[in-house]
Design a protein around this ligand. Structure first.
Ligand code: UGA
Length: 435
């Protein structure tokens, strides 16, 4: 008999994991405390944009293998419970907020059957899994807990969940590992690397990976600052160092830096945890990674001031892109929106366009103006900022766009547009890290 699974927390990670596991033939129940979310998912709809996920979800709901509920009792038959709840940054500090993780552990511990395995997938400060396991054994001595961090990227969530580049399992014994091998049998059959670790190492793998990615981005953005000062071109520099396979060319795209619900909060929570552990010096560099990242946003605003005037009051600024990255409607800690809001705060009239993230962006920042099309967004603008590198923006014809604006100045905050094309069309073209 195939294992029965439950997925606790049906946000980004949980909804994708639940649909992916159902597509592998498991019976899956997704549990969430938010009844509105449960109703949406039960209809086969997803409350956010993620390519390919809605189709997969609809197929699985239709098959009967995937159901959703806001009642934990509906998960009591599950052999394996995946904890996929969020761990946002606390409001008054750098640490992660573990409220949802703690609450869901208590709830699942109360209903888990004998022999059930609870598997944490949320990103947590090291030491959390061992603490939760001890608590679980107190409430329910016949259950067990493992940790299995998730490395999916938004925009590629389905592909990354069905075909991860590695599986990391933090376990306290062979039995837990064997259950997870049964869950991930399809991946093992395609030779996905399998790393068994202890609980703390498995938690650390996740934050170490995200810290490394953040470091790569801030490294190239630091090089962009130097290129600007020295008259160099960071895009050529990145290409040239990237040919060294030890460095690699991915995640070396200089621009306005990283945002989203993961990288910024994960490096901060990692620093906070290191401090608690008395090892803060080891992660001192992450403070600099964070500062370089925030500085990239300021550098765009400085360019706008240089090109328009110190006093931005009344200037019309068009912003292309609101999501923290393309192929997502996620606006959490979006560099694009942060820049837009700061410029608006300085007195400019800012109009934003995004192909998918208009609704979440306008909910979060109702002070901004939003336009339904690129043309409407740039109409009579004094300057245009390209801040999220959607494919549709790369396809813009600079010649026709020039006819709509008041000032033909483009600042490419993502180093993704074809500079020569824009220059040839008569635009003043600026980009971070390119003199
Ligand atoms: C990140 C990790 O890449 C995933 O492996 C991880 O599972 C996930 O966090 C998580 O912890 O859940 P994600 O937040 O979807 O995934 O976004 P990324 O693709 O990593 O991009 C993060 C930010 O960096 C974006 O704002 C992007 O625009 C920026 N970025 C990325 C750059 O500025 N330059 C680059 O070269 C690459």
């Amino acid at each position: 008999m195939a294992l029965k699974l439950s997925v606790i927390g049906t946000g980004y990670l949980g909804a994708t994991h639940a649909a992916a596991m159902a597509s592998l033939g498991f019976h899956v129940v997704g549990i969430d405390v938010d009844p509105a979310k449960i109703a949406t998912l039960s209809r086969g709809e997803i409350p956010f944009y993620e390519p390919g996920l809605e189709t997969l979800l609809q197929e699985q709901v239709k098959s009967g293998r995937l159901t959703f509920s806001s009642n934990f009792d509906d998960a009591k038959d599950a052999d394996v419970h995946f904890l996929c709840v969020g761990t946002p940054q606390i409001k008054d500090g750098l640490a992660a907020d573990l409220t949802y993780v703690n609450a869901s552990l208590e709830a699942v511990a109360a209903i888990a059957k004998d022999g059930a395995l609870i598997v944490g997938k949320s990103t947590v400060p090291v030491g959390t899994a061992a603490r939760l396991r001890a608590r679980l054994l107190e409430i329910n001595p016949q259950a067990d807990l493992a940790w299995n961090p998730e490395f999916l990227r938004e925009g590629f969530a389905v592909e990354d969940t069905l075909h991860p580049n590695r599986l990391v399992v933090g376990v306290a014994n062979d039995r837990a590992e064997n259950i997870l091998k049964e869950v991930y049998a399809a991946n093992l059959a395609e030779n996905t690397p399998w790393v068994r670790a202890d609980l703390p190492t498995s938690e650390l793998v996740k934050v170490a990976a995200n810290s490394f990615l953040a470091t790569k981005i801030s490294f190239i953005n630091a090089m962009a600052e130097i290129c600007e000062a020295a008259g160099g071109d960071v895009t050529i520099l990145a290409k040239a160092i990237g040919y060294d396979p030890r460095i690699g060319n991915r995640f070396l795209q200089a621009g306005i830096g990283f945002g989203g619900g993961c990288l910024p909060k994960d490096i901060r929570a990692f620093m906070a945890r290191a401090e608690e552990l008395g090892a803060s010096q080891a992660l001192e560099f992450l403070r600099e990674i964070d500062s370089i990242n925030i500085r990239a946003r300021q550098r765009v605003i400085e360019l706008v001031r240089k090109d328009l005037s110190e006093d931005l009051r009344g200037k019309r600024v068009a912003v292309l892109g609101a999501a923290f990255k393309p192929d997502s409607d996620d606006v959490r800690d979006s560099p694009a929106l942060d820049i837009a809001v700061q410029i608006q705060g300085a007195g400019a009239i800012v109009t934003v366009h995004d192909p998918k993230a208009m609704e979440p962006a306008s909910k979060r920042f109702p002070v901004l103006n939003f336009a339904q099309s690129v043309e409407e967004c740039v109409k009579e603008a004094d300057i245009v900022l390209h801040l999220t590198e959607w494919k549709m923006y790369r396809e813009i014809d600079p010649v026709s766009l020039k006819k709509l604006v008041s000032g033909a100045i483009m600042i490419d905050g993502r180093n993704a547009l074809d500079r020569e094309k824009w220059l040839a069309a008569g635009w003043k073209f600026r980009a971070l890290g390119r003199a």
